[in-house]
Design a protein around this ligand. Structure first.
Ligand SMILES: NC(=O)C1=CN([C@@H]2O[C@H](COP(=O)(O)OP(=O)(O)OC[C@H]3O[C@@H](n4cnc5c(N)ncnc54)[C@H](O)[C@@H]3O)[C@@H](O)[C@H]2O)C=CC1
Ligand SMILES: O=C(O)C1=N[C@H](C(=O)O)C[C@H](O)C1
Length: 233
């Protein structure tokens, strides 16, 4: 495939390496806003940029009828509008807060555990996410996805960042430590014990490989999909 990389930072560069290993060609490396014409050589776009840039990049792809895979976090207040534009142009789109196989398996584990725990009121839940100090958004997109999965199943009504006061809300503690690629941990605590699940990324290759696999899967499709569709979960 001819791939346009929209965003050529830590993720863009990792995706480039893995995509070339899989026999693909990089035809665009964009680090600033694009126009429709920039996409004319591309079979697909992979978008990992900044929260303030993602919506415009994604909608340019819809206008160009270039299928787009996006992993940028922190822009989801515009997600519904993006989906409407995707449908208007009969385009193709996958967004995931986390493209790694491991985190997508962890999402399934999280839902199963939340279902099991919801009857047992003696346990309270808290979540922790740890990322490198260059990360712009908090909490992470993955932490928000995990919280939304629990909220759908349990009596929690919302999540809150670095606050513990309201027991109806899931506290998410966001820590920033040099060079950490991404760790997510959920802890159910009672007065006598703790049950904990954790996903720890060891580097960025899992995120990048998942995005390339999603792009290969999306190439000849129309419509809006998720990593659940790609992985058959
Ligand atoms: N969904 C997933 O699996 C993952 C998502 N992410 C997310 O991906 C995003 C990017 O992460 P990193 O690569 O670590 O960030 P980064 O800061 O290393 O790279 C972002 C790049 O976007 C460029 N950029 C700025 N404006 C642009 C525009 N208008 N169009 C295209 N590029 C533009 C910047 O110059 C920069 O090089 C973040 O939102 C992060 O949270 C990161 C890892 C995995
Ligand atoms: O910014 C990052 O680095 C990451 N961002 C994603 C998120 O916000 O969940 C995915 C991964 O944890 C790395």
């Amino acid at each position: 495939m001819n791939i346009a990389l929209l965003g050529y930072g830590r993720m863009g560069k990792t995706i480039e390496r893995l995509a070339i290993d899989r026999g693909h060609h990089i035809v665009l490396k964009a680090s600033s806003p694009i126009v429709v014409k920039d996409l004319e050589q591309a079979d697909i776009a992979i978008e990992f940029s900044l929260p303030g840039a993602a919506f415009q990049n994604i909608t340019r792809c819809f206008e160009a009828n270039t299928p787009v895979v996006s992993g940028t976090t922190g822009w989801l207040e515009n997600y519904d509008q993006a989906i409407a534009i995707c449908k208007q142009y009969d385009a193709a789109f996958i967004y995931a807060s986390n493209f790694s196989l491991g985190v997508n398996l962890f999402f399934e584990l999280n839902k199963q555990l939340a279902k099991l725990m919801q009857r047992f009121k003696e346990y309270s839940l808290e979540m922790e996410e740890i990322h490198h100090t260059k990360k712009l958004d908090a909490p992470s997109g993955t932490a928000i996805s995990l919280a939304e999965q629990v909220i759908e199943i349990s009596n929690h009504t919302d999540w809150e960042l670095n606050e513990f006061g309201d027991t109806t809300k899931i506290p998410i503690i966001a820590k920033r430590i040099e060079d950490v690629p991404g760790t997510h941990r959920l802890t159910y605590s009672s007065t006598v014990d703790e049950i904990q699940i954790e996903h720890k990324a060891l580097n960025r290759d899992g995120f990048a490989l998942g995005a390339v696999i999603a792009a290969e899967w999306l190439q000849h499709k129309k419509g809006v999909y998720s990593m659940k569709d790609v992985l058959g979960l």
